[in-house]
Design a protein around this ligand. Structure first.
Ligand code: CA
Ligand code: CA
Length: 452
């Protein structure tokens, strides 16, 4: 088989399937930013999610900002320009539902102050907070293994609020954010909260670090440091398409962080967390590399408003050298197909987290497993009952071959998980590739490398 030719055909099919809207309005556009864009950038910026392409195609579908008028096409290269394009005030932009297309050029740093100067963590800290005081006060040897409280913890919480206003960028409904080549968000959390109909494409998301991690003494056997800033958060939103992005810790990996109280000082949280009743999300062609926590779908075991929500399609993504939540699911019907996983190393925890009332339907995924990761380690039972698995292949050392990860899990764990998650995906506008092709095709397409 000539694989390169096959890859080209697959790329062609995937790109050709993407419709374009409102071409004539584009040609009439007199906007200055718009005129600076290449033809290809204009085309990709107006693209909508194809029909039937995953859960985000349900209901009204996902068109993002494709209906934007000429004055709502923006090219931004600083935090201030990004906030202006989103509506002008980061405190209220989440309610700005004007259709808008925002092209990101170069690197935007969430720590950029009003004058463009980069703020430090000290600039954002409450006057009553310091890490030194925090480490002295809440050392388990002094404070005991109970949650921090009192004036210093309150000062930390105020510091987090300061940082949230600075580094969390709030997006409103009917928005497309798309990166020109090399576009990067660093030190920045993109927050979609109550933001229906949003498209995010072709962005390198790096290092959404938390300046003020919290000590959680009863999280795990030895306690943990926890952060609150994801690279991209989706909450209370529907019809969201996350496509062709790369998620990493940039030049600030967890391995470079200090150890406090015997535990790693974790300044990072999720890559792409979908929580708080969000639903109808398609996650396609992204690359998640070198991250600890990747994709949390549902953040609470409470049987309440999340029931019937959290429906997500995860197709043709690469999960590489990442440790957990690939994804971890509660409640949702989550279609996981044709993803490529390259996992292993001492810190690897698990890939598919089967949580409370979760319904993962996993089909034709490819796993390359190295030291420290075996087929029985891929699934973790977080209180679920079943998942559907079809067509998984695993390469562990030698030749790749079909492997049932569920059978491997059940052979080594009790209680067993069932083999029927109770539903079958129908929103699959992009056909399912035979699993042996996933290793060659999916990494070639995944990540922030659209030709803009
Ligand atoms: Ca999170
Ligand atoms: Ca068993």
């Amino acid at each position: 088989m000539r694989l390169s030719r096959l890859t080209a055909v697959v790329v062609g099919v995937l790109l050709a399937a993407l419709p374009v809207t409102d071409a004539s309005a584009r040609e009439r556009n007199g906007g200055r930013d718009h005129d600076r864009l290449s033809w290809g950038a204009r085309l990709l910026g107006r693209q909508v999610l194809p029909a039937n392409d995953g859960w985000a195609a349900a209901g009204p579908g996902t068109t993002g900002g494709s209906a934007a008028g000429p004055d709502q096409v923006h090219v931004v290269s600083s935090r201030a320009e990004l906030v202006r394009a989103l509506g002008g005030d980061n405190a209220t932009n989440r309610t700005n539902d004007t259709p808008k297309i925002i092209y990101v050029k170069g690197t935007i740093d969430g720590f950029e102050g009003p004058d463009g100067r980069l703020l430090s963590c000290a600039d954002l800290a409450d006057p009553e907070y310091s890490l030194e005081a925090y480490l002295e006060t809440y050392d388990p040897a002094v404070w005991g293994r109970v949650a921090p409280s009192g004036p210093l913890e309150e000062a930390r919480v105020r510091s987090v609020a300061n940082q949230t206003r600075q580094t969390q960028i709030n997006v409103g409904p009917n928005t497309t954010i798309i990166g020109l080549a090399g576009a990067t968000f660093t030190g920045l959390t993109l927050m979609l909260d109550g933001a229906n109909n949003v498209i995010v494409r072709n962005i390198n998301f790096e290092d959404a670090r938390d300046c003020f991690p919290a000590w959680s003494p009863t999280d795990g056997a030895a306690g943990n440091w926890n952060s609150q800033f994801d690279l991209l958060s989706v909450r209370r939103s529907e019809n969201v398409w996350i496509d062709h992005n790369t998620f990493s810790d940039g030049d600030n990996p967890d391995s470079a962080q200090p150890i406090y109280f015997g535990r790693p000082y974790q300044v990072h949280d999720g890559s792409l967390d979908i929580t708080h009743t969000a639903s109808l999300v398609t996650v396609s062609h992204n690359r998640f590399v070198g991250r600890d926590k990747v994709m949390l779908i549902g953040s609470s075991n409470t049987v309440g408003p999340d029931v019937g929500r959290l429906n997500v399609t995860i197709r043709h993504n690469v999960f590489e050298d990442s440790l957990q939540r690939l994804p971890r699911v509660r409640f949702g019907q989550v279609d996981v197909y044709n993803n490529y996983y390259r996992l292993g190393g001492d810190c690897f925890e698990y890939a598919w987290g089967v949580g409370v009332q979760s319904a993962i339907y996993a089909e034709n995924n490819f796993f390359s497993l190295r030291g420290g990761a075996a087929p029985e380690d891929v699934i973790y039972d977080w209180g679920g009952t079943a998942l559907t698995e079809r067509g998984t292949w695993v390469r562990a050392g030698g030749r790749a071959k079909p492997v049932s990860l569920l059978a491997a899990y059940n052979a080594t764990h009790d209680p067993d998980l069932g083999a029927d998650a109770g539903w079958k995906p129908v929103l699959r506008g992009v056909p399912v590739l035979p699993t042996p092709l996933v290793e060659a095709v999916v990494p070639a397409l995944a990540g922030a490398k659209l030709p803009l």
